[in-house]
Write a new protein. Structure first.
Length: 360
């Protein structure tokens, strides 16, 4: 069973309070002052070489992907001496569940190849999702009702990809770009996702705000910050880069831009990869091959913050201690004593002389 620890046990409460204060005052900087570490799995099949799958997230729940082996330490059975990580790699965690809203601009400027490429990019993003993931799609254009569900423009969270594929395939371009309202409504849609699960908004646009009625330039960023929702933005062509850059910066997401719509698929894919990246740590264990389960503790330190996570190894391979062969006890065959007995006397032989003798 995996366990999750924040910072050291001695300073846990203090650190959590500091992290909450930082998040409330300056969420953009909170990602460098607070770490979340999970030890997702322990692989012992190559014992004594062990592999640990770990995920490191910032305050907004976004995986941190630029760490090296020097950022990690490993302890076995809570021993005081740490063990060096011998190698570090990254991989896609297919078991990691994320809740994502894809907000796609389908205004009139998206007609033609741009829309075709955006639909292909959204489809490719869905291809990477698994049964553990939940995705909602919001295609925005024209006027937006923040309080009602519009089935012609949105699909609610689901882990079933078929209705999402079908909806994306049916998209058509037309109308204005209510960018501020669309960003705000997309953030509100994430209220349906569990707070304890990783959540994110992926917003794509090729234009500037036209006709927003409820939200201003800061509304979406403020509400996303309050909910600790990272916003990943992708701009194409004449997109309002100032708005979407700031939206990502303030919420701990990433901003990307494309000069041509053909590049959208790779940019969408990059967001999917970022949301599901984990580290694979490899090291040589000092635990005995005793067939027992042991505890593995991983520590990560980065940007002045430290986090810990612990998990059980499960039974290690058993190597029994060699022993001398036990002595063989042979039961002797019992000896049967035979007592000798006298033989009967031999009879007197009969001869012709004895037969002719006359008795007196």
């Amino acid at each position: 069973m995996k366990r999750l620890f924040f910072l050291t046990s001695r300073f846990t409460l203090q650190a959590l309070l500091v992290g909450l204060i930082i998040s409330a005052v300056s969420p953009a900087s909170a990602q460098t002052a607070f770490l979340i570490l999970t030890l997702d799995s322990v692989h012992t099949n190559q014992y004594p070489v062990l592999q640990l799958d770990v995920t490191v997230r910032d305050a907004n729940g976004v995986p941190i992907t630029e760490l090296t082996a020097d950022n990690f330490e490993i302890n076995e059975d809570r021993a005081p001496k740490a063990i060096k990580v011998e190698s570090l790699e990254t991989q896609i965690n297919t078991n990691s569940g994320v809740w994502v809203v894809m907000a796609i601009d389908v205004s009139g400027s998206m007609a033609g190849q741009r829309l075709d490429d955006a639909k292909a990019a959204a489809t490719r993003f869905l291809d990477t999702m698994t049964d553990a993931d939940h995705v909602a799609v919001y295609a925005f254009s024209g006027s937006i009702d923040l309080d009602a569900v519009d089935p012609t423009h949105e699909v609610a969270f689901t882990s079933d990809k078929k209705p999402l594929y079908d909806f994306i395939a049916s998209l058509q371009a037309g109308g204005k770009t209510p960018l501020y309202d669309a960003a705000y409504k997309s953030v509100l849609m994430l209220d349906a996702a569990p707070v304890a699960e990783p959540r994110a908004l992926l917003l794509f646009t090729d234009g500037r705000d036209e006709g927003s009625q409820k939200a201003g330039v800061d509304t979406a960023a403020t509400e996303a910050q309050r909910r600790a929702i990272p916003v990943f933005t992708i701009g194409l062509g004449e997109a309002d880069t100032d708005f979407i850059k700031e939206l990502s910066r303030r919420t701990g997401g990433d901003y990307q831009s494309a000069a041509e719509s053909a590049a959208l698929a790779d940019l969408f894919q990059g967001v999917a990869t970022r949301l599901k990246t984990q580290y694979v740590l490899t090291y040589t264990s000092t635990l005995p091959p005793d067939g027992q389960s042991h505890k593995i503790t991983v520590a990560v330190s980065a940007n002045g913050a430290t986090a810990f996570a612990e998990a059980d190894t499960g039974p290690l391979p058993l190597s029994p201690t060699a022993t001398a062969n036990p002595p063989v006890h042979v039961t002797p065959t019992p000896v049967v004593e035979v007592t000798a007995t006298a033989l009967p006397p031999s009879p007197t032989p009969i001869t012709p002389a004895s037969l002719s003798r006359t008795p007196s």
